[in-house]
Design a protein around this ligand. Structure first.
Ligand code: DC
Length: 534
């Protein structure tokens, strides 16, 4: 049994990282109680309303006494103040850990407050940040397949180290240990410098006269390269102040390299430029092959492969079919019965359709849809019903026929489908996934162990949809629905990219004549035969 199971965990700072830890702990039932503390009451109240935390307070001292493990998720330079507040309040056995991006300064702060002898602190750095911030952006899957670096000291208590290791592993992270100084030097090069470059590139371009044109015509590569310039300014100010020397060392080397590229351009030295580019390409190709390849030469940095624990394959049940075939209801019911995760992939296309409408972007404009995907902040409620877009609950709006049609229109673009692929792979987590959509069995999870393709006559599907909408008080016309459904079927099945079709190894079920309950029972039987008997 995990050492964490009987412990209470206090999270100080309920933002993206703290909120995601709380969600992961709660959804996995990984500890006895979850408390949170912060300055702003709103995320704390929200987290309690979401059932993510048990108790909260804005007064650290009063809530800290209840905790067995305290995880500090505040900006790097605020960690010391938290240590000062905790000093004299927590017991000798309370485990302290943090999530700051710089480790040297945090270790110094800890020792300055608690002394060099205390071994209850386990410095940790989850490499899972994002340019998104705040509790509302948090999610249970943030740490799946991500690295977490622990930098224990010579006197760090072994049990404390084990508890913190287990905490991150239980959230799906890959835990490594490293010396504090190595951590700060490596991160200066791989994370801090790139952020500095992104911030300064955007600043440089933002001051150019043709700013509007530069941003308007910026291609996807530019948006990708500068994505991290949208990161939290306070967090990054702290990181550079705390990790100054290591960052300046690598920055100087970079400036020198940049200078030599500049000279080569001025001198028209094509050979030099080519040889510098070639050596960069060789180095990158080689490290991608070594560290981020699935063996077939496909780059897998991001999540796609990493979320599957090496020794166990996460089971996936795919349920594809046209709208109104019963996919959504059946998938949600099965996921709930099995306690598996649920992916409503249609909702992702619906969200993009909605985001496009709100931004005044045409559903036919692939190039303008891509940056919208990057910007969309999506959150699914715990019970699969509620969905938020950019902090606004849009569940009802998503279910309208207009949203369905917009979804089907944005879904024809190959680049859109590709951009949403990683997000869909992220849902594949233990103990299993039920994935509902059009191309779940053919493209997104071709290795799924069980694939179902549901269908039903157009008349029956139009009838079902009609009843659903009328029951919700939405006024619709049956023959309009019939026309809409036929048009959507046609668009979804005839598009070139991942068209709606059964996978070769899918089991076809026609639900025209049979009820939801029967289908659920049949699929559950199949799953039990496949997984539970082995
Ligand atoms: O399942 P749904 O009605 O919510 O899907 C809305 C549209 O999204 C559907 O008409 C086509 C598109 N879609 C898709 O192309 N691929 C998926 N896996 C899911 C939905």
């Amino acid at each position: 049994m995990s050492l964490l199971q009987n412990k209470s965990v206090l999270i100080v700072g309920l933002g993206l990282i703290g909120g995601s830890v709380a969600r992961g702990l709660r959804s996995g039932g990984l500890c006895r109680a979850i408390y949170a503390c912060g300055r702003d009451e709103r995320p704390l109240q929200q987290a309690q309303a979401d059932g993510v935390i048990d108790e909260w307070s804005t007064d650290l001292k009063s809530i800290a006494v209840k905790a067995d493990v305290i995880l500090i998720c505040v900006p790097t330079l605020t960690v010391r103040r938290v240590f000062e507040d905790l000093k004299g309040v927590v017991s000798d056995t309370t485990i302290l850990t943090d999530a700051a991006s710089v480790k040297g300064s945090v270790v110094e702060d800890f020792q300055a407050v608690f002394g060099n002898e205390c071994g209850q602190f386990v410095p940790a750095h989850p490499i899972a940040g994002s340019e998104q911030t705040g509790y509302l952006a948090s999610n249970t899957k943030l740490f799946m397949g991500r690295k977490v670096i622990l930098t224990p000291l010579a006197n760090t208590d072994r049990t404390a180290l084990l508890v913190v290791t287990q905490l991150w592993q239980a959230l799906g992270a890959l835990v490594n240990e490293m010396h504090v100084d190595t951590h700060d030097a490596v991160l200066a090069a791989t994370s801090h410098l790139p952020h500095l470059l992104a911030f300064s590139l955007v600043n440089t371009l933002a001051h150019e006269k043709q700013t509007e044109d530069i941003f308007r015509y910026a291609a996807g590569g530019f948006a990708g390269f500068t994505r991290i310039a949208s990161s939290d300014p306070v967090m990054w100010r702290d990181i550079f102040l705390a990790n100054g020397p290591a960052t300046v060392a690598v920055l100087d080397a970079y400036v020198q390299e940049l200078g030599s590229m500049r000279d080569a351009i001025v001198a028209g030295d094509g050979d030099l430029l080519r040889s510098r580019f070639q050596s960069a390409k060789d180095a990158r190709d080689s490290f991608v092959r070594k560290h981020f390849s699935n063996g077939n030469g496909v780059e897998t940095y991001g999540h796609s492969n990493q979320i599957v624990p090496a020794q166990k394959v996460v089971p996936v049940l795919t349920i594809d079919g046209p709208g109104g075939s019963g996919k959504g209801t059946i998938s949600a019911r099965i996921a709930q019965t099995l306690g598996w995760h649920y992916l409503d992939s249609g909702a992702l296309y619906r969200l993009l359709g909605l985001a496009a409408r709100r931004a005044g972007v045409s559903t036919g404009d692939e190039a303008l849809l891509l940056p919208l995907i990057e910007r969309m902040r999506i959150r699914f409620g715990p019970d699969q019903g509620a969905i938020w877009l950019d902090d606004e609950e849009v569940s009802s709006e998503l279910r309208t026929e207009t949203s369905g049609a917009a979804a089907s229109e944005v879904a024809v673009h190959p680049a859109v489908r590709q951009a949403l692929l990683e997000l869909q792979h992220d849902f594949r987590q233990m103990p299993g996934l039920v994935a509902d959509g059009r191309d779940m069995g053919t493209v997104v999870f071709p290795d799924a162990q069980l694939k179902i393709y549901l269908t039903a006559s157009v008349e029956e599907r139009a009838n079902r949809r009609y009843k659903q909408l009328i029951a919700k008080g939405i006024d619709v016309n049956l023959s309009d629905l019939f026309v809409d459904i036929t048009a959507r079927d046609e668009r979804d099945s005839s598009r070139a990219a991942s068209p709606l079709r059964p996978a070769d190894d899918a089991l076809l079920i026609d639900t025209t004549e049979i009820g939801i309950e029967q289908v659920v029972a049949l699929v559950l039987d199949l799953i039990r035969q496949r997984y539970l008997s082995t």
